[in-house]
Design a protein around this ligand. Structure first.
Ligand code: HPA
Length: 274
């Protein structure tokens, strides 16, 4: 099984910066605009880190950005790797495990997703209140690293209820419509067929994507508090007469990113003042 030597990568990062983040933020497809909104202290490109998995997908850059939102120390992951790129799940979750090991005990996961709930539309922002990770391999398969967490981690509240309330409070204050929903991860890279979309919806999923849930499993294993936010870029349900393209996904995500950035920034600021 191909794994990543996390301790080695952390020492490579520590040779470049001593920055200690409190919050980590993963930027999904088309959502990298947040990186322009923080006071940057350090940037480390994934390509500078030996043994670090690199994204091959357009729209996914590859760098850690360290800096501040207000007074809160944050690390952004500008670009993530996906299972469909051919990496093992252990490789896919290594970058978020590294953020947690650097000190981030709260992590905000963002993504672009296809809508399965008929009340959604392209541009809907969804707070992930729960997830279905059943249809992708677990990153926890294999010998358990008890330094990271327990063999059988608890998953009753993957996304932190207090963080969810803060996010909703920010949405109300900023007058940004926000819905709650269940996120489901598939391996991709093919988008779903109409029959698959109906099946996922009937199982209780509101949005479907190709990332995030596996990261959430690995991070809950480590006891990290999580918040998840999906930008619905296309409607996967009732998609008999529509075609979803990566370009469309990126375009809608970019258009909605202003609102998403406001929500993430506002929530981090509220967290910083607790
Ligand atoms: N399906 C899966 N992943 C996605 C989608 C989708 O419709 N849109 C954006 N990411």
């Amino acid at each position: 099984m191909q794994t990543v030597n996390i301790k080695n990568i952390i020492s490579q990062i520590r040779a470049k910066t001593s920055f200690k983040p409190d919050i980590g933020i993963v930027l999904g497809s088309g959502l990298s605009g947040l990186s322009q909104e923080i006071t940057v202290t350090d940037r480390i490109s994934y390509s500078e880190l030996e043994g670090f998995p690199r994204s091959t997908v357009e729209g996914h850059k590859g760098e850690y950005i360290f800096g501040y939102i207000g007074k809160t120390a944050v690390v952004l992951m500008n670009g993530r790797v996906h299972y469909y790129e051919g990496y093992t799940m252990q490789q896919v979750v290594a970058p978020v495990r590294i953020m947690a090991s650097l000190g981030a005990n709260t992590i905000i996961l963002t993504n672009a997703a296809g809508g399965l709930n008929e009340s959604f539309h392209p541009g809907t922002l969804m707070c992930i209140k729960d997830q279905i990770a059943t249809f992708v391999p677990s990153p926890l398969v294999g010998p358990n690293d008890s330094d990271l967490g327990p063999r059988f981690p608890e998953m009753s509240k993957v996304y932190d209820p207090q963080l969810i309330s803060l996010l909703h409070r920010t949405a109300e204050q900023e007058n940004i419509p926000l819905v709650d929903g269940v996120y489901m991860q598939i391996t991709g890279p093919a988008y779903e067929t109409p029959a698959e979309s109906r099946m996922y919806a009937s199982w209780g999923a509101d949005a479907v994507g190709m990332s995030t849930a596996c990261e959430a499993v690995a991070l809950r294993h480590m006891g990290v508090k999580l918040l998840g936010l999906s930008c619905v870029t296309d409607m996967a349900i009732n998609n008999e007469n529509t075609t979803t393209t990566h370009e469309q996904v990126q375009k809608v995500a970019r258009e909605a990113s202003r609102k998403l950035i406001t929500l993430v920034k506002g929530t981090v600021q509220q967290l910083g003042s607790i």
